[in-house]
Ligand binder design. Structure first.
Ligand SMILES: Nc1ncnc2c1ncn2[C@@H]1O[C@H](COP(=O)(O)OP(=O)(O)OP(=O)(O)O)[C@@H](O)[C@H]1O
Ligand SMILES: O=C(O)C1=C[C@@H](O)[C@@H](O)[C@H](O)C1
Ligand SMILES: [Mg+2]
Length: 173
């Protein structure tokens, strides 16, 4: 089975994905890391040198490739992955794939992202937490229709990583 973790930047896809994989004894793949390896370049560098449209094309290509795998994998995708091309449809229709939306509030996301924005090209230019909240609010308005198609939704606000992993396992099995 492939368990796909989706959600906004900093919702916890990578860190919770690693923990969940350890707990379930699944392999762990992070789509952003996978793209960086394949492209031999960081996500920020790909955005800068080849542009976002190129990144989205490669993201969709590698997602398709990974969804064909029939081993047990926790796949953390990028924050934008479900919202481009027919990616969410592919995730929902692939065999033996379950999708989980890690749902975080605007303030949870903004307080994390204001400190960790350097590696995230879409928000690297935002200076204050207030401006970050405004940006995230508008961005989520566009993205929630995609994220909320996930089969399972788990709220992550004010919970420890271990508690969230437990919640995910309860929902899954
Ligand atoms: N429940 C939590 N409690 C405390 N810290 C958390 C929690 N979830 C995630 N974090 C921390 O928040 C930061 C962002 O998490 P992470 O990198 O896993 O998000 P992401 O969804 O993979 O983001 P991106 O889309 O940018 O790759 C990390 O430093 C992580 O350790
Ligand atoms: O939310 C997004 O669109 C992105 C999130 C990251 O995971 C990376 O995939 C990239 O920075 C774009
Ligand atoms: Mg990540």
């Amino acid at each position: 089975m492939i368990i796909v973790l989706i959600g906004y930047m900093a919702s916890g896809k990578t860190s919770l994905g690693k923990k969940l994989a350890e707990k379930l004894n699944y392999d762990f793949i992070d789509l952003d890391d996978f793209i960086e390896e394949k492209e031999k370049s960081s996500v920020s560098e790909v955005f800068k040198t080849k542009g976002e449209i190129y990144f989205r094309k490669q993201e969709s290509f590698y997602l398709k490739e990974l969804l064909k795998d029939n081993s047990n994998i926790i796949l953390s995708v990028g924050g934008g992955t479900p919202c481009y091309s027919n990616n969410m449809e592919l995730i929902l229709n692939a065999d033996d794939v379950t999708s989980i939306y890690l749902k975080a509030s605007i303030s949870t996301l903004a307080s994390k992202l204001i400190k960790k924005k350097a590696k995230r090209p879409l928000i690297a230019h935002i200076e204050t937490e207030e401006a970050m909240e405004e940006f995230i609010g508008k961005h989520l308005f566009e993205r929630i229709p995609f994220y909320s198609q996930a089969e399972i939704k788990v709220i992550v606000d004010n919970k420890t990583k271990d508690d969230i992993v437990e919640d995910i396992i309860l929902e899954l099995f």
